[in-house]
Write a protein that binds this ligand. Structure first.
Ligand SMILES: CC(=O)SCCNC(=O)CCNC(=O)[C@H](O)C(C)(C)COP(=O)(O)OP(=O)(O)OC[C@H]1O[C@@H](n2cnc3c(N)ncnc32)[C@H](O)[C@@H]1OP(=O)(O)O
Ligand SMILES: O=C([O-])CC(=O)C(=O)O
Length: 376
């Protein structure tokens, strides 16, 4: 049985801030479940669209429901011209998370949610079009091409890689994308999901909830850790060098990206899954540095600090082996976590009270406002 992490203090740690039937995180036993299903089993047996359907519609789809869902999503991959125009104006050195944030917000202007009855269709549209948004901008600003975003790829993961590279991905890469999107899909009251729920609690529209959540996911302490981990490990030329540098970072009390977790105490159940795929990809590309370096980092952090890899750490090498540019790592997380965010928005709306906690005041006692000449 996994030990529960002691939860107290700052960062609202340990406060129950609401109810959810969507997932359990760090509960004794199975670690991470989506609507009662273990995430490792979902990653083993499903494609991402099945998990998206589970989160957004409440149950795993039958074969005919899945076929219909995939067909629906495929038809929604096209970008409106006004959105393409906006994407073409964003510079190549913009942060891709800012591009997605703007893309989502612009979509909300063009295809506004005017009634909560539309929430599933609006979410499906975002699910289908986010890979188009990020890759249209990336290919236009970096390669100077205007890509056609309406591919016939069966899965969102395949569609993403197809747009990025201009050719259909191989089976291994499409499978890893499915696994990755499943692992990242949902995680209870993490910072970005909580952002979405706070926004939803004001009865705002779904695009506003998701736009805010993208902003929260961007930070290095949350989703941005996969990119930060990549920047770190690619600087290490060998496992021994990695060990030496990690020891120096620990001595300086640096935060090491891709390690530790606010809720899990012993391990992140997503790590073993993505690590296994990273190892397969390393063998596939003949890597003899990055994967062994990553393993040594894991060993050092556990030995020295009892800190374990979270979901982000081995995602870095896995994505890298598939030829994905580092700056697109966190946007892929968005393409997945959108399902969790939206499912939480639906749940909040179904039983809403505006989220408005209290603060402990630590400022000045009541005092008079001095005249302007008497200040300073
Ligand atoms: C998908 C995701 O979003 S997973 C999270 C991705 N984020 C990262 O990988 C960033 C690196 N990790 C961290 O910053 C943290 O572990 C977080 C943000 C994930 C969790 O933060 P917290 O819940 O505040 O951490 P926690 O209370 O477990 O920290 C305990 C101690 O370990 C240290 N610690 C935790 N993580 C790390 C780390 N990655 N590197 C070095 N030290 C760490 C803390 O500084 C703290 O030390 P202290 O007691 O001397 O102050
Ligand atoms: O739960 C958290 O705090 C962060 C995390 O792992 C996630 O959002 O996937």
């Amino acid at each position: 049985m996994a030990a529960q992490k002691e939860l107290s203090g700052a960062g609202l740690r340990g406060q129950v801030a609401g109810k959810t039937s969507l997932s359990t995180v760090g509960k004794s036993g199975s670690g991470l479940t989506y609507r009662g299903y273990d995430v490792s089993e979902l990653a083993d047996k499903c494609i991402f669209e099945e998990v998206a359907y589970l989160l957004l519609y409440g149950n795993l789809p039958t074969q005919s429901e899945l076929d219909a869902y995939q067909a629906k999503l495929k038809k929604m991959r096209g970008l409106p011209q006004a959105l393409k125009d906006v994407l073409e104006r964003i510079p190549a050195d913009a942060h891709p998370m800012d591009v997605l944030r703007t893309g989502c917000s612009m979509l909300g202007n063009l295809e506004m949610e005017t009634d909560f009855d539309q929430q599933n269709d609006k979410t499906d549209r975002m699910l289908a079009v986010f890979p188009s948004i990020i890759n249209y901008w990336y290919r236009f600003s970096h390669d100077n091409v205007r890509i056609e975003t309406e591919t016939d790829d069966a899965t969102i993961g395949g569609h993403f890689l197809h747009l990025l590279k201009g050719e259909k991905p191989n089976e291994l890469h499409e499978r890893v994308m499915n696994v990755s999107l499943i692992l990242y899909a949902e995680h209870e009251f993490n910072a970005s999901t909580f952002t979405a729920r706070v926004c939803a609690s004001t009865l705002s529209d779904i695009h506003s909830c998701v736009t805010g959540a993208i902003g929260s996911l961007r930070g290095h302490l949350h989703g941005g850790a996969n990119e930060a981990a990549m920047d770190m490990i690619e600087g290490f030329g060998s496992p021994d060098e990695a060990e030496k540098e990690m020891m120096a970072m620990l001595a300086r009390k640096d935060k090491i990206m891709g390690f530790g977790h606010a809720i899990y105490s012993e391990s992140d159940p997503r790590n073993v899954v993505i690590k296994g795929w990273s190892e397969k990809l390393a063998a596939d590309v003949g890597d003899e540095v990055l994967y062994p370096v990553s393993v040594r980092c894991e060993e050092v952090m556990w030995r020295e600090k009892k800190l374990f890899c979270n979901a982000d750490f081995f995602h870095a090498s896995a994505y890298h082996f598939m030829g994905i540019p580092t700056k697109l790592f966190t946007p892929i997380f968005v393409c997945s976590r959108l399902t969790g965010w939206a499912a939480h928005v639906f749940e909040q709306r179904a039983n809403n009270r505006i989220i408005r906690p209290s603060a402990e005041y630590t400022g000045e006692e009541l005092r008079p406002v001095p005249d302007i000449g008497a200040r300073g």
